[in-house]
Write a protein that binds this ligand. Structure first.
Ligand SMILES: C[S@@+](CC[C@H](N)C(=O)[O-])C[C@H]1O[C@@H](n2cnc3c(N)ncnc32)[C@H](O)[C@@H]1O
Length: 193
């Protein structure tokens, strides 16, 4: 990232922290959003192996984790660059889960995962860094591991990274709500090695 992009990323982090402090993202716990978390959980259960190790990139307050039953995973790591959201997430941590404060642009996992989730984070990755972040995450997927990606509305600048010969598309669906402009595209992809 160049210096200007680094500065913008830093500004964004301050903004997220402020918003989490004010409870601006409490709406993510609404009934309308629930279907997104439930769809991702369904994909984890279907495409991840039994008892998977799960990495949730840009986990925010850990709401996805709240939707995952304690019996359905081996380990869960949530990461986010907002220290405020991570502090909140840590209140729900269990002995099999952990939440850490890291920036996705520099984060290198210290083990391999069965499922790596980009849940409403892909558009915050700097354009020039997307290939690098994806390569690092690919290296930290176990054999037969999958990526699950959720993006609000169309997700320009996202799906072209997955809809190509390097990935097998396992599932792709549009999740709609009672509000016309509120919808998500959610996909499960397996890298072709
Ligand atoms: C729309 S929220 C989604 C939160 C969570 N995935 C969910 O759906 O409940 C986007 C999240 O991405 C995080 N984020 C944005 N840029 C990031 C970065 N460079 N590194 C790590 N996290 C980042 C924000 O702090 C925020 O928590």
């Amino acid at each position: 990232m160049n210096t200007i992009d680094k500065f913008k990323n830093w500004q964004r982090k301050i903004r997220w922290n402020k918003q989490y402090r004010k409870g601006r993202w409490n709406s993510l716990r609404s009934d309308r959003e629930r279907i997104r978390y439930e769809t991702i959980t369904k994909h984890i259960n279907k495409y991840g192996k039994n008892n998977p190790d799960i990495l949730d990139l840009g986990c925010g307050e850990g709401i996805l984790f709240e939707h995952i039953s304690n019996n359905n995973y081996n380990s869960f790591l949530g990461m986010d660059f907002s220290s405020v959201s991570i502090k909140k997430a840590n209140k729900i941590k269990t002995d099999k889960s952990e939440f850490i404060c890291e920036d996705i642009h520099s984060f290198v996992p210290n083990k391999k995962y069965d499922v790596i989730i980009f849940n409403e984070i892909f558009y915050y990755i700097n354009e020039t860094e997307k290939p690098n972040v994806l390569n690092i995450m690919k290296k930290h997927l176990k054999e037969d591991g999958v990526f699950i990606i959720s993006i609000y509305r169309e997700g320009h600048g996202c799906w072209n990274y997955f809809d190509n010969n390097n990935y097998q598309k396992l599932k792709f669906e549009t999740i709609t709500t009672d509000r016309a402009q509120t919808y998500w595209k959610i996909g499960a992809y397996k890298p072709i090695l």
